[in-house]
Structures are given as structure tokens and as C-alpha cells.
Design a protein around this ligand. Sequence first.
Ligand SMILES: *Cc1c(COP(=O)(O)O)cnc(C)c1O
Length: 366
Amino acid sequence: MNFNKTLDGIKTYEAGKPIELVVREYGVDAKNIVKLASNENPYGTSPKVVQAIKDIAHKMFLYPDDSMYVLKEGLAKKFNVDEDEIIIGAGSDQVIEFAVHAKLHSKAKVLMNSITFAMYEIYARHVGTEIIRTKSREHDLEEFYSLYLEHKPEMIFICTPNNPTGDAIDTAKLKEFLRRIDNDTLVVVDGAYMEYAAFKDKSKSVSAEELIREFSNVLYLGTFSKAYGLGGMRTGYGIGNKDLIKAFYKLRPPFNITTLSLEAATVALKDEAFVQACIAKSFEQMKEYEIFAKEMGIEIIDSYTNFVTLCLNDDQSSSDISLSLLKKGMIVRDLKGYKLNAIRVTVGTAKENIRFFELFKEIIGK
Ligand SMILES: *Cc1c(COP(=O)(O)O)cnc(C)c1O
């Protein structure tokens, strides 16, 4: 069958391999599998959320409250913005999709970092948009600005902290950059890991409120999938000027998140203590990776997230190493597809990380 030609240029998104698949393909016992591939919270979900879901499980026959009022109210309070400056998506992925469809088309251009979250490109390709990328590995806002002047893109993606490299932009520099961008260019600031950056270094912490008050063309994205421990619930959000949000609403399917997701996200917001405790433990454990990388003589990118990117030496292939790890039940992310000889590893629990260190050493024969 012939399909829309835009599909020819699209590579299917490769999600971190699920545990079930490793069991089937490599015959590893499920209880010996460690998944450090999708940056989920290794400490799980707040027990208060788990209880709340049990309590409302019998309500799943009902469509969710499509106004999503309680969740928006919680987010409005957290970010000090209005409910009508918020849109909820089935993951922030869906909000990216809304933004792309609201702004881009086959004659438009979009600007993004050389190495960044893969879904920006995939959605942009859905609508046949030309993709412009920087060259630098980390966000270089000067380079962004000169490409902006050269190409006049309709949309710009900024991911801070960036996935899959973990580095973050200084907030002051980000704002300076935004002041130089015209009002008709939609700038998405993806803060999927912002809770981690805010914990580690205030100068990297971006306030959605400040952004949308100063810039009517900026969309801030957040998610419950990472620090909030709700990857399985598919809930994210966008915060922006009322007019932006109103436009995105035209693209939103009704009931786009579930009754259970809505409850989980609402309750998760109320247990900030759980989230902060998980983040603290994550950075404690990250030190072990720094020590490990030094010991192994490999580069580790300074990370403001819950993952680390290990840039391997020339005689080590990221694909070979990730495959060997996989066969031993350790799932990490090979960054070869991003043209980096590196692996991205979610900082797990102490036990999971020790297992990673052991297996890595075993594979490279140290
Ligand atoms: C995980 C992630 C998202 C989206 O996650 P959802 O589960 O769709 O909310 C968005 N951006 C980045 C950079 C991410 O790492």
C-alpha cells in the first residue's frame, strides 16, 4: 500500500527495551533483569498514589472528568499560573504533538539541538517540516541564534536538562536568548527533568511562571513520568500563554488521559516529600557513577537528571557493550543512533547500580 510520503523519512521510535522482551529474546530470568533504560524513578511511585489508585479502581468504567479540573488546579498552584494556561497530555509527548501540529507544516522549519529528544524530529516529520540542527553536542545558544537568523524557523525546541546527554542550560542565558527571538516563533522549553536540575543547581532551574509571563511564544513542558514515578500512567503537561493553550485545545482528543492517570497525577502532586527524597537519593547514587567513570577512564557528562551518559573510548563500541549487557539482563540505552559512542544509564537503586558496575567491568575485562 502507498502511504503518506512523509512516513518514508520517519524511523520508528525505539523505546527502552521492556523487561518482557529481554525475557523472551535472551531467556534471562525476569527477576534478574535490571532496567536502567527509560529514566523512570527507580524508587517507584509514592505509596499514597498507589493507595489512591486502589481506592478508585472501581471507577474505571467511567470516562474521566474531561475538564481535568482538579489536576489543573494542583498544577496551577505548584507553578503559580492559571488553569487556562495549562494543557494536559497523554505524556508530555502528546503536548509536543499538539504544539507541532499547531505550528508546523510542510513548508515550515524547526530548529533543535544536534543531539536531543527523538520525538521532536518524529512529530515534525509527521507534517513534513524541514529539520535544522545545531552542531554542538550541548545546547550552544549562540549557535541556535545564528541558525535562527539564517533559517527563520517557525519553531525551536530547547531541552533543558537535555535528554540523552543530561546537561542543562543556565536560566539567565536561556532568558537572554528568548529575548532575541521574535514573538511568532514558538519556542518549546522541555523541562522533563527540571525537578532534578532544580535540586542540583538553582541557576539551572527554569520557572515556568517567569517564562510565560515574559514570553507569549514560549511553551514549557513537564511530565509525571520521571521524578514523579508515573511513567506507566502517561501524564504530562504544557504551560503557556492562554492563546497558545487555546490553540492546542483544538487538537486535543477528548478524554486524552485516563480516569486512573488523572487521579494518580493529582495525588502525586500532593506528595512532594516523596519526590524530593527520591531525587536526593538519585544524586547520592550518581556519585558512584562519577567514581566508576573515573576508575574506568571514561568520560561522564555532568548530569542534571536521573541518568548519566557515559562516553566510551574509541576501542569500546556502545552497541557491542549494550548488547552484551542486555544478554546479561542489564538494559541500558545505546546512543549510537544519536551518532554518539556512548551509553545512557538511568541512575538506579544502590543495588541496581552495583550490578551495572559489575557487569560493565566483566564485559570490558577489567
Ligand atoms: C521522558 C521525556 C519526555 C516525555 O515523557 P512523557 O512520558 O511523554 O511525559 C519528554 N521530553 C523528554 C526530554 C523526556 O526525556
